[in-house]
Design a protein around this ligand. Structure first.
Ligand code: UFG
Length: 329
């Protein structure tokens, strides 16, 4: 048994890792501002420190109060569009706060740091599937804010020996198959919850952003990876951090178009997804699919939910049972 700090542990991806850690018998401390996260996502027995990452004194107190085997750092802003309206806010909240957290970890003698990075590092990729060593060229302030953290972590390893795993998530989707936790963003901008909400009648009809992409059906293709599989990848990288720092793409390696997602939701839910076709959304690459062979080969990680229908089934179950999400807004 070990003790871990999970920032953003009340959020969508973080809460699924917290579940996985608790299931292994580990002790977890969550640090979350609850601006996006939900108290209801945190299981009994897990300590919640309700604080802002920017509150350096509070963060230092957390490291003084507990000794951690590793830090899992999820807490972040994550909207590409918002980052293009408020780029400096992304630099402060994502880059500066993440690096000051890493600094606090170093000061406290923590040796391992797992960071939620993003496919947005690759911008508009020239080659897909996107290789682990593809050019890094973020097309948004969001992507840049995460890339700057990866660069800071590189030097923290070189100078202080802080081993880090930067996991570049593709499209997180689905919900814990055991129920109880799932996706609840405000605003919600992600395709799968918007499709399900439209089908359930809890959200307006979906607008498909663009039908003139150079893809077989003209709509964008994404690599949807189940959120519990994202969580298990965080556990899979831990042993390797004894040796070295890591950078991995974290996706399924299979791409599905927006139309295929709509079809899947209709198949699983047994109801139509009301939708119309609109113009492209600025900044959307046509295809984002990961080559995540390195992660599989080096850690043995395997997704439990590689099929889109299985991902959608878990998401549908969550939204059907929790039409207002955690109901705390
Ligand atoms: N889409 C629609 N209609 C909608 C919402 C989305 O057609 O109402 C389309 C998008 O255009 C895109 C696909 O559905 O083609 C998926 O969109 P999401 O917003 O669900 O996800 P993104 O691929 O835009 O974003 C994800 C992560 C980001 C990350 C980005 C990397 O959520 O955090 O991948 O580019 F930065």
């Amino acid at each position: 048994m070990a003790r871990f700090l999970v920032t953003g542990g009340a959020g969508y991806v973080g809460s699924h890792l917290v579940r996985a850690l608790v299931a292994r018998g580990d002790e977890v401390v969550v640090l979350d501002s609850l601006r996006q996260g939900h108290r209801g996502a945190i299981p009994a027995g897990v300590e919640l420190v309700h604080a802002e990452l920017a509150d350096r004194r509070r963060v230092a107190e957390v490291f003084a109060a507990w000794k951690f085997e590793a830090v899992f750092h999820f807490a972040a802003l994550s909207l590409v569009g918002e980052s293009m309206r408020e780029p400096l806010r992304y630099c402060v909240e994502n880059t500066a706060n993440s690096l000051s957290l890493a600094d606090a970890a170093v000061q406290a003698g923590v040796r391992k740091f797992v960071f939620s990075s993003t496919a947005a590092l690759f911008g508009m990729p020239k080659v897909v599937p996107i290789a682990e060593d593809a050019d890094l060229a973020p097309a948004s302030a969001y992507g840049e804010s995460k890339l700057m953290v990866e660069k800071g972590l590189f030097w923290a390893d070189q100078v202080h020996g802080l081993r880090s795993a930067c996991l570049r998530y593709f499209n997180a989707a689905g919900a814990d198959a055991a129920g109880g936790i799932g996706e609840d963003h405000d605003p919600e901008t992600h395709l799968i919850p918007l499709c399900i909400g439209a089908a359930l009648g809890t959200r307006p009809a979906l607008t498909v952003f663009g039908t003139d992409y150079a893809t077989p059906d003209g709509t964008c293709i994404r690599d949807y990876v189940h959120v519990s599989d994202l969580a298990s990848a965080h556990l899979a990288v831990l042993p390797l951090l004894e040796e070295r720092s890591l950078r991995y793409n974290l996706g399924n390696g299979a791409g599905y178009s927006v139309k295929q997602v709509i079809d899947s939701v209709e198949r699983i839910g047994g109801r139509p997804v009301p939708h119309s076709f609109g113009p492209r959304r600025a900044g959307d690459p046509a295809v984002l699919v990961a080559a995540s062979d390195a992660l599989r080969r080096e850690t043995g990680w395997q997704p439990r939910f590689p099929a889109l229908d299985d991902i959608v089934r878990t998401a549908w179950a969550w939204h059907e049972a929790h039409p207002r999400g955690y109901g705390d807004r």
